[in-house]
Design a protein around this ligand. Structure first.
Ligand code: IVH
Length: 695
């Protein structure tokens, strides 16, 4: 790969990894499997190894990951919580073992299961549970003690004797399959979204605000590492034994291994045997047993050199595909879903699998009656990854994709460059209408309580709800007289509708359901353009000036506003009093009063939106495009050459970021005297993050 190609690929991988890390660590809703994530991370690591000068200090490879949320108080780990180097390759694992043997000589390993949950660090003082902290960024994590206390396998007081006065013990909070299945059945019955897998369920549960909810969810905790200064053990195995004697749940499956063959044997056994365990595992962890050897090996900044994780390939199951259903989404997109003969896969029974589109069906040549392989990714519905051709029936024929909408019969269309088929009958196709309304009312959009899927369908059947604007023109009397609704629910619903008129503009914009305009894009658009009318009037080029808006999104926005039906809906929503403008920030000075400003390019330490907010806070007005009306442009790095030329031609002043900051700096309120630093208490035990001294 040439240097230029490497630069491009590093940028792509970084973007993807950042996006998926956020999905995984912050939102607890991953979209891709760990395998795919790790493959991308590995590719990035390799490229950075090849071109060290292209490795940025903020690269995802430098990050251990963070699960901090604002709802919990964060606390420092007395000993940093490192992650593990991992590999999917038996050969690489073998090389790791050989290297350790070369370095240390005669060495012992401990092979353990790798539990698929969420890491926790428990601190005990004088035998009592003091604190439970999530891994967070490895240095600080969220204090979830209240929630962890509800987990029955976590001892609140220790038994036996010989435990240190103060120590930390690390392990994994897991949700056994039984609890996971029960929880998802409850959620299904309540119409709540299902949790994708036990790992997300455990992580999500731990971050619940109510510890009562946590107590009900049936979490479990298994411990696998002791950390402290005065630990009187010579080996990891001894410490595990001791921890068990103090009342901790420690896996019975850990084994001391003396050779590469022992380790390989352990792995071969558990690769299959794990399928019978009542909880999820995703690999095996190999640790050097003697602490003296661990100290010799030490750690890198991210992971100890004395341990490694070998990850299992995702579990696969082979089953028969009996039929294919076609679901119509709110945008008219058609998603094929395969019905399968029920099969056991990674702890649950699978009956359906997603096949993304027609191309995928033909690429894999999936046919009805075929035996297919299914795998669980990060998603709730498993996917089909291949066909077992040796089991294909002699009379099977290629799958014929539908040509017409299964719901309304309209002929399907395909847009250029898109893999999915679409039903174009947006205003007459039931699942599209209902889907758009469901999207409009959902929590992250207009958050209208009392208007769930069933009620929407009821109102639609009674001709009271044909599009989102009808929500604001519901007749209270007719509503209360509907069979399954009643006066109280009708009143609740109308109250929910009334309150929703205060929902801020960016959420209204998201609620409209414009294709490709998700929550974040809606925020960018709202901040950039300020009003719905400005967005509706913007050209493709102007739209593309807002952060993160590419031509695909711009085109979709233009198409949305070009549609007369949408414009009519918007007018009815406007009449109803929805927020079509961004709420203006409080002004801190008049330094830019009457000035029209264009912010362009990238800035140091501030996003473009922050810069725009500053303009407004100082009384100025942000404009999107350069014109003779503009007083000045603040140009960051890489401002477009076309813009610069135009500015020069029109004689518009161009300021640098520093000049702009100076312009508003004098007017900022004088900062308060800095407060004296709070004294941090002396740590009771040495928290020197030198990993070699763990244990
Ligand atoms: S030892 C410094 N042992 O896997 C070493 N980790 O991918 C600390 N995990 O962050 C980890 N089972 O959350 C260790 N038997 C086991 C484990 C285990 C699961 C998790 C742990 C860690 C992650 C790394």
């Amino acid at each position: 790969m040439s240097r230029e190609q490497a630069i491009k690929r590093i940028e792509e991988l970084t973007k993807q990894l950042e996006y998926h890390s956020h999905k995984y660590y912050i939102e607890n809703s991953p979209e891709i499997s760990d395998f795919d994530f790790d493959a991308m991370l590995r590719e990035l690591q390799d490229l950075e190894a090849q071109y060290p000068d292209l490795a940025s200090p903020n690269s995802p490879t430098m990050r251990v990951g963070s699960d901090l949320t604002s709802e919990f108080v964060s606390a420092e780990h007395r000993f940093p919580m490192l992650s593990l180097a991992n590999t999917y390759s038996a050969e690489e694992l073998g090389e790791w073992i050989d290297r350790i043997i070369r370095e240390i000589g005669e060495v012992e390993f401990v092979a353990e299961l790798k539990f698929d949950g969420t890491a926790i660090s428990l601190t005990y003082e004088n035998g009592e549970l003091l604190q439970a902290i999530t891994r967070g960024d490895g240095r600080r994590g969220d204090d979830v003690t209240r929630n962890v206390r509800t987990i029955r396998s976590v001892p609140l007081r220790l038994q036996g004797e010989g435990y240190p006065a103060l120590f930390e013990i690390r392990g994994e909070i897991i949700m056994p399959y039984a609890s996971f299945d029960r929880l998802n059945s409850e959620r299904e019955a309540a119409g709540e979204p299902l949790l994708a897998n036990p790992r997300n369920a455990a992580a999500g549960t731990l971050k619940q605000q109510s510890s009562q909810v946590v107590a009900h969810r049936g979490l479990d905790c298994t411990l696998y590492n002791l950390a402290g200064n005065d630990l009187k053990f010579e080996t990891h195995a001894e410490s595990l034994e001791a921890a068990r004697s103090w009342g901790f749940k420690v896996s019975e499956h850990a084994r001391v291994c003396r050779t590469r063959e022992d380790v390989e044997h352990f792995i071969a056994h558990w690769d299959t045997a794990r399928k019978t365990l009542p909880y999820a595992t995703d690999g095996v962890v190999i640790k050097v047993n003697r602490y003296a050897d661990q100290r010799t090996l030490g750690s890198t900044a991210k992971a100890p050199r004395w341990a490694v994780a070998y990850k299992f390939q995702a579990e696969k199951a082979l089953t028969k595909i009996t039929s294919v259903d076609f679901q119509v989404g709110r945008t008219g997109a058609i998603t094929p879903v395969a019905n399968l003969e029920p099969v056991q896969l990674a702890g649950t029974i699978v009956k359906r699998a997603s096949i993304h589109n027609a191309d995928q069906i033909s690429a894999l040549d999936i046919r009805l009656g075929d035996m297919v392989y299914v795998e669980k990714g990060g998603e709730i519905i498993p996917k089909i990854t291949g066909v077992e051709l040796s089991e294909r029936q002699a009379d099977s024929t290629p799958f014929e994709y539908i040509t017409h909408c299964p719901e309304c019969g309209s002929e399907l269309v395909r847009f250029e460059g898109e893999a999915k088929h679409y039903c174009p009958n947006a205003s007459g196709c039931k699942p599209q209408i209902i889907g758009r309304i469901e999207h409009f009312v959902k929590r992250k959009a207009m958050d209208i309580e009392g208007l769930g899927g069933e009620t929407i369908e009821l109102l639609w059947q009674n001709d009271m709800l044909a599009d989102i604007s009808d929500i604001y023109h519901l007749n209270p009397v007719t509503l209360a007289s509907l069979p399954r609704l009643g006066e109280k629910s009708a009143a609740n619903l109308l109250e929910g509708v009334r309150i929703s008129k205060e929902v801020p503009f960016e959420r209204v914009l998201f609620a409209l359901g414009i294709r490709f305009v998700g929550e974040t894009t809606a925020k960018y658009l709202a901040t950039h353009f300020r009003t719905l009318d400005a967005i509706a009037a913007a050209s493709a080029e102007e739209l593309a000036e807002a952060e993160e808006i590419g031509s695909k999104i711009a085109e979709s926005i233009i198409a949305y506003f070009a549609d007369e039906k949408n414009r009519a809906i918007i007018e009815r929503l406007r009449e109803a009093g929805l927020q079509f403008e961004i709420e203006e920030k409080q002004q801190t000075s008049n330094a830019l009063a009457g000035k029209s400003v264009v912010i362009s390019g990238k800035f140091e330490g501030r996003s473009r939106d922050d810069m725009k907010a500053l303009v407004e806070e100082h009384g100025g007005k942000n404009l999107a495009a350069v014109s003779a009306n503009v007083d000045f442009i603040v140009a960051g790095e890489n401002m477009g050459p076309a813009k610069r030329q135009k500015a020069e031609k029109l004689g518009v002043k161009i300021l640098s970021e520093a000049e702009f900051m100076a312009l508003i700096a004098d007017t900022e309120a004088t900062p308060e005297e800095p407060k004296p630093q709070e004294q941090t208490p002396e740590p009771q035990i040495d928290n020197n993050p030198v990993q070699g001294r763990l244990f």
